[in-house]
Write a protein that binds this ligand. Sequence first.
Ligand code: NAI
Length: 476
Amino acid sequence: MDFKVADLSLADYGRTEITLAEHEMPGLMAMRERYGDAKPLAGARIAGSLHMTIQTAVLIETLVALGAEVRWASCNIFSTQDHAAAAVAVGPTGTVDAPAGVPVFAWKGETLEEYWWCTQQILQWPEGTFANMILDDGGDATLFVHLGVEMEKTGVAPDPATATSNEQRIIFEALNASFAESKERWTPIAGEIKGVTEETTTGVLRLYDMMKEGSLLFPAINVNDSVTKSKFDNKYGCRHSLIDGINRATDVLIGGKVAVVCGYGDVGKGCAESLRGQGARVIVTEIDPICALQAAMDGYQVSTLDDVVSSADIIITATGNKDVVSVEQMKRMKHNAILGNIGHFDNEIDMAGLEADGVATRKNVKPQVDVWTFPDDKAIIVLSEGRLMNLGNATGHPSFVMSNSFTNQVLAQIEIFTKPEEYPVGVYVLPKHLDEEVARLHLDALGVKLTTLSDDQAAYLGIPVEGPFKSDQYRY
Ligand code: NAI
C-alpha cells in the first residue's frame, strides 16, 4: 500500500481517539449500520481532500464500511492530526509493520509543493486506474482536475511566470511536471469521475462559478448548504473551535478584551458568540446590511475595520472573501494584538504583504504562532500564517458536530454514485427529507424528545406527519 504520513508509530494513539470519536458520531455509525450490508459504495473509488483529523478518520472508515475504496489527502497544510493519519493508514486490522488501512497522504506542516503532490496522489489509483468520485473541502482536488483538463484541451501547460500568487505558481509547476510526463492524464480522470460532494462555503462558491461559466465537468452536491451542515458545523463548530485555537496558541485571557469578527455569516455568528461567552467585547464588521442588522440586533457593535482596528486586542476574519485585513491595518493594530483567520483560504489577511521584504520581521514562537514586529517595534501575533486557525492552532470542530456534516457527505456520495441518471452536470443540494434525517440521527444522543404531529395538525399545516416539515425556502 502506498501512503505518506508523519509517523506510523502514532497509530495506536490515533486508534484510541477514533474509538472515542465513534461514540460521539451517531450519524456516521448509523450509516454503517444501515448500509454496511448493502454496500452502496461498492465500486466507488473516492479521492478525499479534507482535513485529515480524527473525525475524518471516522468518515473514511464509514465510506470503506459502505464498500468504497478510498485515498485521502488533507485540504490544508496545517490541519492534519498525525495520529489520525497514522491510524487510518494502519487501519483497524493492520499493524505498524503491515499497514492495511487506507492510503493517506497527509502530515501536519506540509509545504505547498508537498500539498499539491498529495492532492495528485489521491486522484490516481495504482495500476493505472483513477478516482471515480471526489469528496472535497474547499475544492482543491476538483480545481486541479479542471485545470489539468483545460491544459490538455489547449495543449499548453500554464506558465509559472504568469502566476499571480506563490500558490498559483506552485500549482502551475505541478501541472507543468504532469504535462511533461503525460499529455493525456487529467482528461481521462475527469471522464471517470461521476461527481463531487463539496464540504464548505468557499468550495461551493467555486462550483457555482464553474457551473455559470459552463466549465463544470461533472455533477456536484453542495453539502455545505444542507441545513444540518452550515447551520451546525459552521456556527456551533466554530463557536467551539475558534476560542480553542486562540487559547492553545496564546493562552491570553479573552474576558474584557476587544475582539473584532469580520463577517457575520454562519461562521462569524459562531465566532462572535464564543468570544462574547468568554466576556470579550465583540465588534462585528459586515458588507451585507441584513447580516449587519442581525449582528446589531444580537447585541454587537457593528463598525468598519478601519474604525476599530487600533483598539482591538483580537481580530478574526470569517468572510470567505479576500483582502479583508491589509498590511496598513496590521500596522495600526495594538502591540501584541492577535490576528487570525477562520475562513477557508489564507487570502483574507494580506500575508504576502506582511511577508514582503522590509515590512516586518518574523519570530516563530511555536508551531503556527508567529510574532511579526514592524520597524517601529510594534508587534502583532499572527496565527497559522493566516490559514484557518481553528485547525492549525487547535484540532478543528469536535466529533458530534462533524457527525452531522459527514453524514451529509456519506448520503451525498451515495446519491451521486448510485443515481447518476438523477444528477446531470450541475450543482445540487440534498433533498430536505435527508437533511431532516441527519438531524434525527443525532437527537437520541442528546436526550431530545420530538413532538409528533397529529394527522389533524399535519393537514392544517399542509405537510406530511413524517415530514419534510419545512419548504426549501425556509431559513432556520
Ligand atoms: P457566509 O457567506 O455565511 O458568511 C460570510 C460573511 O462575510 C457574509 O455575511 C458576508 O456578507 C461577509 N463578508 C464578505 N466580505 C466581507 C468583508 N470584506 N468584510 C466584512 N464582511 C464580509 O460564509 P460562512 O459559511 O460563514 O463561511 C465563511 C468562511 O469560513 C468560508 O471560507 C468557509 O469556507 C469557511 N469555513 C470555515 C470553517 C472552519 O472550520 N474554519 C467551517 C465552515 C466554513
